[in-house]
Design a protein around this ligand. Structure first.
Ligand code: HEM
Length: 189
């Protein structure tokens, strides 16, 4: 959520697009799972945040149960294996302009959310993929919607203005990737 709020404040046009979508699709009602399926841009913004600023850049370490030949590399039994999820999320052969934050990459030509793009790996891959993926995505959706719905006449903004966010991760926190502490102001529309 910390990256989502920071990136919303750093990209006001995207934030307004989410606000409009939420107004159109959900309006005054309490958000539910049907709305979640229909809020394509909100889902795309959340997915792009997870791609661009994945929480676990190196996933969770694993141990090889036996010797395994991976292309030219022999992975010896009991070796620690770390998947570089960050590198997959920024691989130019999988993502165009991977260092640019662009939720539109998760929308098809009809502006529908595409959930399973190759290279979307913030939750890991394979048999040990995150068990909480669906719950995490639902939580992020409902919290984002709640934040935007409860501030209809405002935008989340940075005191120093749009586009000025410090997007480097907090160097004092290891293993997980979180932003440095930041300030947000609510600006009247
Ligand atoms: C944005 C939120 C989350 C992210 C980015 C995330 C990411 C990850 C990643 C990268 C892994 C390692 C996958 C691998 O080893 O290949 C993992 C494992 C796991 N996650 Fe999450 N996770 C999130 C939220 C949650 C939540 C909400 C739960 C539970 C309610 C959860 C439960 C688990 C469990 C149990 C595993 C271990 C799965 C296994 O080893 O079989 N995660 N998660």
């Amino acid at each position: 959520m910390r990256w989502i709020i920071l990136l919303m404040a750093n990209n006001i046009e995207m934030q307004l697009r989410m606000r409009h979508e939420i107004n159109d699709i959900i309006g005054d009602r309490v958000a539910d799972n049907h709305h979640k399926n229909d809020c394509h841009y909100v889902n795309a913004f959340i997915a792009e945040t997870l791609r661009y600023k994945g929480v676990f850049p190196l996933g969770v370490p694993h141990v090889a149960l036996c010797d395994y030949q991976l292309d030219k590399h022999l992975i010896k039994e009991k070796s620690m294996v770390v998947g570089n999820l960050f590198s997959v999320s920024r691989d130019p052969s999988l993502w165009s302009k991977p260092d640019v934050f662009s939720p539109n990459r998760f929308l098809d030509k009809d502006n529908k959310y595409m959930s399973a793009l190759p290279g979307f790996t913030p939750f890991g891959i394979g048999r040990r993929i995150c068990l909480g993926e669906k719950l995490a995505l639902a939580d992020l959706f409902y919290i984002t919607v709640r934040l935007l719905k409860s501030t209809p006449d405002y935008v989340f903004a940075l005191p120093s203005g749009e586009g000025t966010a410090d997007l480097e991760p907090d160097p004092n926190i290891f293993v997980i990737n979180v932003p440095k502490p930041y300030e947000i102001i609510l600006k009247r529309l």
